[in-house]
Design a protein around this ligand. Sequence first.
Ligand code: ADP
Length: 191
Amino acid sequence: MLNLVLFGPPGAGKGTQAARLVEKYHLVHLSTGDIFRSNIKEGTDLGQLAKSYIDKGALVPDEVTIGMLEAEVNSNSNAKGFIFDGFPRTSAQAEALDAFLSSKDTEVSFMLALEVDENELITRLLERGKSSGRADDQDAGIIKNRIQVYENETAVLKTYYANQNKFFGIEGVGSIESITLGLCKAIDTLV
Ligand code: ADP
């Protein structure tokens, strides 16, 4: 199985690039942010809980997020592999993912990290907020909070995967197409 972790700060372009990669490599795209948002839309209990965190720019608690992600993997038992987008976001999530995939005799193949500087991120998120309807993209304070949470809790995962020789940084600034090419080049070299 090819199991990619697509990584990067909020606004790095993970969702955009994941959509392009799934087509080329026939993987299942699991975006925890998208799954939370569809639960919010459908008014589920999970959605209500997630909303209270997402609206502040905070992370949804690990046990909730991990349980949801594992259920999604289990419900795609025929998948050739996955692109994990927005997961893992904490050390506990990364450890849970390793244990879970290992129980299925598979593993994270590698992490591809989109590298984008902070000013560019804020510009992109505010721009997305004008059309996406996402409240968490419309408020500079919430955006700063998300970037801060990324620095404090998520960025450490680069070291986590580097220690397993699975970390690869990719230039995340440029045209969408050129970034896709960079990602594909890395994937094709690694598999
Ligand atoms: P972005 O990467 O632009 O912040 P996402 O759609 O990936 O957007 O996530 C939106 C929000 O959903 C996050 O700010 C967080 O509140 C919640 N979320 C998504 N993935 C996770 C996760 N793995 N753990 C905890 N919370 C998450």
